[in-house]
Design a protein around this ligand. Sequence first.
Ligand code: SF4
Length: 497
Amino acid sequence: MCGFIGMIGYHDCAGDILLALQALQHRGQDCAGIGTISGDQFPVVRKLGLAGHSFSPDDIEHLPGQVGLGHVRYPTVGSGLLRDAQPFWYRQPGVLMAHNGNFVSLPTMYQRLESESVHLMSHCDVEPVLCIFALELMRRRPRDHTIDDAVAALQATFEQAQGAYSLVAALKINGRETLLAVRDPYGIRPAVWGRRGRSFVVASESVALDALGATLAGDVAPGEVMFFQRGAEPRRVRLAETRPAPCIFEYIYFARPDSVMNGHSVYGIRLALGRELARAWRDKGLQADVVIPIPDTSRPSASSLAEELGLPYREGFIKNRYTGRTFIMPNQGERTSALQLKLNPIRSEFAGRRVLVVDDSIVRGTTLRRTIQIIREQGARQVHLAIHSPPVLRPCYYGIDMSTRDELAACAFTSCREDHPNRRQLEDAHREVERRLAAHLGLDSLTYLPLEGLERAFPHGRCAACFDGNYPLELTTAQQQWLERDRRSSVQRQLCL
Ligand code: SF4
């Protein structure tokens, strides 16, 4: 998972891009990069670590130009090394590119590039896409490319580059600096755009626009490319037939609550998830004295759940704001040690009480076991856990870091191994996971959000494949195996360093 920003304005934009990247920092903490177009130059600066910490005023000074891209990276293909940091740049005809998502057809793209003697410098999956796009543009004409050339080149590129992605690029079209943004035909990964005065901004989330004082104008539509040039209204071209299926996990966990994506407030969806979770909890006939969120993501759902159940809502954990998000740390060792720094309990909120703790999801579950232990140590009389999403039973091949089934906690606690489970099988698996995982974690009860609760909370087209196995973009077995192998070896490479 990553975050990007693209900007075309009327003054040097690198400083603004750096500001926006800090609003997107939750989408990736491994590396950050900024690239601009300045005359005939394409300066790029890429750094390891947090955007706000790693760029100096000197770096920004060396990134002049009124059009540019920024990126924060969390690797789901390739590693967290600097060579994989974005944006990437291709010399001919001069293109900058950055993306969020996963391309699932990488072996095919590698073959194409090998056949044209194009060599790559990284393991990042946007680099081959950039190279193919540049080759396709140059095939049409050697210079003075038009918007029609760019559209044809994009269509040819995305016939080869399949996956879940939103992508920004900067190049010259009709001799003018141009920013373009594309979203895959399912709109799995988010992309919004907006205006600030006469400048245009595109980004993974609307919080980046807020940070710049830009006004949200809408989404880059699934299967669409938008072209932005100074002094002209954006031009929109449909590249492919669409069937919108935005990632529901963005609303459950990943996006900031103050973001609006696909026209829906993330905060509003989390409140709805909490109300649905309250219904599931009430149906079980369980009792609690207090509702406590595991910060930060589940705060909205815990508050609406408490409201529905008429229970007091309390903050039982204080989060150390100087540690990172454990889920997006690249390996398990880092995730476990980070947790010990991260949450400090307030004993008085737990002691002697039947506590209903709310969390957003259980992916690997490794940090949860210790969290439950901490709650027990505070003297809680009962510990119940409610999760505002269903059990994660299938991997994600679309850019969230859970691409192998054997890393998913729920899979270890169900006998369901169906690739395409029906509703009945899913409900059976759901109950089995609740029962067996609760015992494993030492809980008095575990309540997941039922699938129908998820559907009521988000009654729109969506990808929920990690919960229900319905992948909008089907992968071949070879593609699945390739992605799983890549993920395992990337983690291994990092552990060896
Ligand atoms: S499989 Fe899950 S995490 Fe992946 S895109 Fe679909 S909903 Fe999001």
